[in-house]
Design a protein around this ligand. Sequence first.
Ligand code: BGC
Length: 599
Amino acid sequence: MEAGAGGREQAGDAGVVLTFLSAACRQRAASLLASMTRDEKAAQMILAKDGIVTTSQITSYGIGAVLADGYYKPGHGATSDWAAHIAPLHAAARASRLGIPLLYGLDAVHGMSHATDAIIFPHNIGLGATRDPDLVERVARATAVEIAATGADWTFAPTIAAARDERWGRTYESFSEDPVLVGSLGASAVLGLQGHSLGAERTSILATAKHFAGDGATAYGTSSVGDLDRGDVTLNESDFRALAVAQYVPAIRAGVGSIMVSYSSYRGTAMSVNRPWLTNVLKKELGFEGFLVSDLNAVELLPGTSDTNIEAAINAGLDMLMESDSGLDALSLISDAVAGGRISSARVDDAVTRILRVKCGLGLFEGTERSLDPTVASPAHRLLAKEAVEKSLVVLKNDLGVLPLNAAGGKILLAGSGADSQRRQMGGWTINWDGSDADDATGTTLLSALTSRLGQSVVNAEDPTDPTGADAVILVMSERPYAEYLGDASDLTLSAVAPDDVTALSYYSQYDVPIIAILFSGRPLVITEELPKVSAFIAAFLPGTAADAIVDVLYGVTHPTGKLPMTWPKSMTQLPINLGDPDYVTDPPLFPLGFGLTY
Ligand code: BGC
């Protein structure tokens, strides 16, 4: 990815133009840089937290970027509330001495998943089951349109970790255990969010490939927070490159403008201060020309003092610090470190240049002109969500062709913890961080989707109900919602994760009525004991809004095509298990990577 003759923007890949490397953006960054004070440069290098930073601080310091953390919610959290809230922050930045535009970022990780009226698409694990790069790009494009309507211009997505151990609480953020599939779908997500050229569309949203590198590949038990999240990667270098770094290459070729650095460490060195990987590999060897942002308080959380940690992180190659809980402390620490020669001016100039170029490529200097878009939550986006869910469902069992069900049949008894629960259907990072507010999203639960299709024939069995006379029992088993380390788990057996559902299964299996099990979960769970008790089993992952798609697959209106994006273990002692492991054949999993029935 070398600069083209005459400074022309470079083609990173077929059809991708790296607008942030255009001659105009290089020039804009250089001339601004020449007129910036040390403090103004430092102000571009921090990502301040919404709710803590004020509009007057944005104006007086020239703060360059603001984030909404997982719990931030203006007003009622509707798109219009976000838009009304974000616009003044942009205005405050424009009113600063140099008027450098602000980046406003948030975690829109499965649709504009912070807005109560947005379409919530399946989490990445479900998109991985579709194995459909074109679909992933279309989902990301629709997401970008719904983000743009809020006035935000940056999303901390896609996660391009290959989840190698489903005890990890962020497994659902991963497209697959297979880094090649992750690389392909991750690049599609970048193209969808940013457009084929950053800033070419009014609704272009800056994407963030995250978390570089090794999240998903940490060794169990090495984390001081959960058992895996924020842990240590102990792989040798060639495995680390193949499993955790390789997927960044397609994302960079797709023109990703920012990359977030992982909380995890590689062989004992935190990635946030890891110069060999951040600067030597990611920036120099892989040619990443966008900017590197740290994870929330990641530098703050390192052992040591804030000033030495910040110096180490910036000297290692980080360009922007999400040190948001410490307010604007990071700004003065950066500035002081430059004054004291502990961070070189050249390093700071490089960081600020990268940030300014991306802002320019995104078109922020021309004014974003973002406004409420009539396509938010439009029928077209709803249909797209439905298509994504249909293609993400993986049928693991279908004895005697019990599926598809006959629409002209009799009664259906619907039971289980996920039958009528948005939070269980949508999971973490929905409305708020851990998904506990997901009931505020605008969605359709399976109960409402099934009832609107079948009317009176659906019996909602909140308590064990004699199913005699019913065509089938549909038992919707589910994991509670969670995010990050909250989801790290040492026991993924269904009886540990969903004990009430397993009790319900025992109850219904006494009767001579077929049981169709549907599982809402962020990862494969150990279902080996329960599987013989059901006639059919559908892994639905965390599908989001469009439960009507599940009804269509149950009734054969659409045919299931999803294939497992991750190996399905048969016991806890088998974990971690991934295709290519030496004992994959001699001690096979319950279902291999790629498994999925159809009808
Ligand atoms: C997560 C990131 C996220 C950030 C901002 C962190 O806790 O690890 O994935 O982008 O918060 O919400």
